[in-house]
Design a protein around this ligand. Structure first.
Ligand code: TYM
Length: 351
């Protein structure tokens, strides 16, 4: 994966604008291998490709479900440390936490007035997260996708790297931009391009190949956390659920084998190669052989990140300083876009 930003397919505005990448991660719980491979590692590739990159720790999104205040503070700093340890350079990318730039909340409100209830009713993530007792879910959890659209569009971002699970939210972001532009007869907000690519756009649970690897899964054995030490990573991979067959000799042979496919995809993403290349190297191998190779690879790639995170976490004041600098840079971009948005809507500039 080169991380290069491709020319958008549609003629909806993104292709006429200077490419600008935006993405976000919630500071809730520890970072997982899914977040790392599906998002963060690709954020680094995009930074390296030379495109302007803005990365946000979305604390306003995190509070759509209950967060213990002290845990939220810690998770925010830990995520900032994770970004930097994984290779995000706060000088080259804008790195900040969402709550420090008020434009997100304000544009989120405006977009709540653009999006239709019917659109939000179709969001599968809300249905999953709210569960059976929807009446007890927060209004914020329901309106979440409008805030996400605001995160992206407050920067006129054109490209958004995410994992597969965010696809529907990005479609809604496109719908909001299109409706705003149509309602007010402008070509103001870009119609963003989701960037969902690579071998690990959907990393699955290590215990159940039909479920996404997630920080909220009750079983810690289902996921690898970026804070896990080498022994824990190796143990989790050794105990990962698999089937009794050896690895096939082609990618097609993985079709009805979700657990095997997941481990091959993880290997490919960690090694910066394709599932086909992994299969070519390991065809016919038993899991008793493949799993230790995967564990060695995972430890080699993740242990330096986890160590660096630990080191950065020793100086929380420095993390806060870096986030503050990022928030200043983010606000410089977002504020003029917000001011123009208010003008378009017809709000009087009273000062
Ligand atoms: P969040 O915090 O749940 O996840 C952050 C990123 O990690 C990806 N991801 C995965 N990718 C592959 N396999 C997995 N098992 C896996 N689990 C998580 C997610 O797809 C995501 O890219 N709503 C977003 C945060 C957000 C955002 C935004 C993203 C808020 N505003 C604006 C992009 C642009 C979320 O909850 O991600």
């Amino acid at each position: 994966m080169t991380g290069a930003v491709h020319t958008p397919r549609d003629g909806g505005g993104a292709n006429r604008r200077t490419p600008r990448v935006f993405s976000g991660i919630q500071p809730s719980g520890h970072l997982t291998l899914g977040n790392y491979l599906g998002a963060m590692k690709r954020f680094v590739d995009m930074q390296e490709s030379g495109t302007e990159t803005i990365y946000c720790i979305v604390d306003l999104h995190a509070i759509t479900v209950w967060q213990d205040p002290a845990a939220l503070t810690r998770a925010t700093r830990e995520l900032a440390a994770g970004f930097i340890a994984a290779g995000i350079d706060p000088k080259r990318s804008v790195l900040f936490n969402q709550s420090q730039v008020p434009a997100h909340a304000e544009l989120g409100w405006i977009f709540s007035c653009v999006a239709r209830i019917g659109w939000l009713n179709r969001m599968t993530q809300f249905k999953d997260k709210a569960g059976k007792n929807r009446e007890a879910a927060s209004v914020g959890l329901y309106a979440y996708p409008t805030l996400m659209a605001a995160d992206i569009l407050a920067y006129h971002a054109t490209h958004v790297p995410v994992g597969e699970d965010q696809k529907q939210h990005l479609e809604l972001t496109r719908d909001i931009a299109i409706k705003f532009n149509q309602d007010f007869g402008v070509d103001f907000f870009p119609v963003v391009e989701p960037v969902i690519e690579g071998a690990a756009t959907r990393v699955m649970s290590l215990r159940d190949g039909s479920k996404k690897m997630s920080k909220s899964d009750p079983s810690d054995m289902s996921r690898i956390n970026l804070t896990d030490d080498a022994d824990t990573i190796a143990k989790k991979i050794r105990k990962a659920r698999t089937d009794p067959e050896p690895l096939p000799d082609s990618v097609e042979g993985l079709e009805d084998r979700p657990e095997a496919r997941n481990l091959v995809n993880i290997y490919a993403a960690l090694a910066d190669t394709t599932p086909g290349a992994v299969i070519a190297d390991h065809a016919g191998q038993q899991f008793a052989t493949f799993k230790p190779s995967l564990a060695d690879l995972a430890v080699a790639k993740l242990a330096p990140i986890s160590e660096e995170m630990g080191r950065l976490m020793e100086d929380p004041a420095e993390i806060d300083r870096l986030l503050g600098h990022g928030a200043d840079r983010a606000a410089e971009i977002a504020e003029p876009i917000l001011a123009r948005t208010r003008d378009i809507i017809g709000m009087v500039r009273s000062r």
